[in-house]
Design a protein around this ligand. Structure first.
Ligand SMILES: NC(=O)c1ccc[n+]([C@@H]2O[C@H](COP(=O)([O-])OP(=O)(O)OC[C@H]3O[C@@H](n4cnc5c(N)ncnc54)[C@H](O)[C@@H]3O)[C@@H](O)[C@H]2O)c1
Length: 275
């Protein structure tokens, strides 16, 4: 295992499950100093248990809601005081829900944007002075749904397209300051995201939670550990764009070739995308 992050101060949101937890465990194994957070205390405690040397004082665990602007400002100061300036911030916390735009309330839409988009912006802003001092890196998790639109996911796709636009812009702005910005676009990764998703009454393409979970399990071809390894390799190389999984590579390729006709083509190419 490469240890590009040995001794680096890494901040990871959403560390209580899935991709965030896998990143935390990988980074801990590489000897990074870690500030791990999540809104879910049980999940965060489980991550702590899974990290062998969590008893050492180079890893801190904090409850943090990325929708809380004041809490994020205070958190950035606390992390700086206890560990020093951050070298990397991994913005991983996120959630989704299933439902058509017609059926979705504006409040539900805003709640997704608040976490998936504004959470990323708030964290990036709060830690930016530290990252400029360390000439570090921001690693923001978008999605393949930041590359293509997908029925039943208008809020999620909007939030992930917004993250991509944000990433691709600040990557250019921050280049001269020595801060790398990596936009990460995973395909299906076997995590709790579908199980944690809220469903509107008539979610597009899924008559039930069972159908959603079955479809997700079939589509999620990458393990969180593999996803973390790909993300860390990309971040270490200071790549601007990281696609996670062969599904993400196919989706990105087809979208670029057929920007208007990709929905039908992807249904043919990736059976798991079919309803
Ligand atoms: N799993 C996939 O197939 C997939 C694909 C593309 C992108 N992503 C993105 O990867 C990221 C991680 O998702 P995952 O698949 O590991 O899902 P997950 O549900 O397993 O983990 C997400 C974590 O984010 C935390 N979280 C949710 N709201 C939060 C908030 N307001 N403040 C702080 N933490 C909060 C949850 O408690 C959870 O621990 C998300 O941004 C997701 O959109 C996932």
């Amino acid at each position: 295992m490469a240890d590009n992050f040995s001794g680096k101060r890494c901040v990871v949101t959403g560390a209580g499950s899935g991709i965030g937890r896998a990143l935390a465990i990988d980074l801990a194994g590489q000897g990074a100093m870690l500030a791990l957070s999540d809104i879910d205390e049980t999940g965060l405690r489980e991550t702590e248990r899974l990290i062998d040397d969590a008893s050492t004082n180079r890893i801190r665990f904090d409850l943090l809601n990325v929708a809380d602007a004041d809490a994020i400002k205070a958190y950035a100061e606390t992390v700086q005081e206890s560990l020093g300036d951050a070298d990397y911030v991994f913005n991983v916390a996120g959630l989704t829900r299933l439902g058509s735009f017609e059926e979705s309330s504006l409040e539900a839409f805003e709640a997704i944007m608040d976490v998936n988009f504004w959470g990323v912006v708030r964290m990036s802003k709060a830690f930016l002075p530290q990252l400029i001092r360390t000439r570090g890196g921001i690693v923001n998790i978008s999605s393949v749904f930041g590359v293509i639109g997908f029925p039943g996911q208008s809020h999620y796709c909007a939030s992930k397209f917004a993250v991509r636009g944000f990433n691709e812009t600040i990557a250019q702005e921050l280049e001269d300051k020595g801060v790398a910005v990596t936009s990460v676009h995973p395909g299906g990764v076997k995590t709790n995201i579908a199980r944690n998703a809220k469903l509107d009454a008539h979610p597009v393409g899924f008559q039930s939670r069972e159908k959603l979970e079955k479809k997700f399990d079939k589509a999620a071809i990458t393990s969180p550990e593999k996803a973390a390894a790909i993300i860390l390799a990309g971040a270490a190389k200071r790549k601007r764009r990281v696609l996670v999984g062969s599904d993400a590579r196919i989706i990105s390729f087809v979208q670029r070739l057929f920007p208007a006709r990709y929905p039908g083509l992807l249904r043919l190419l990736l059976p798991s995308v079919k309803d």
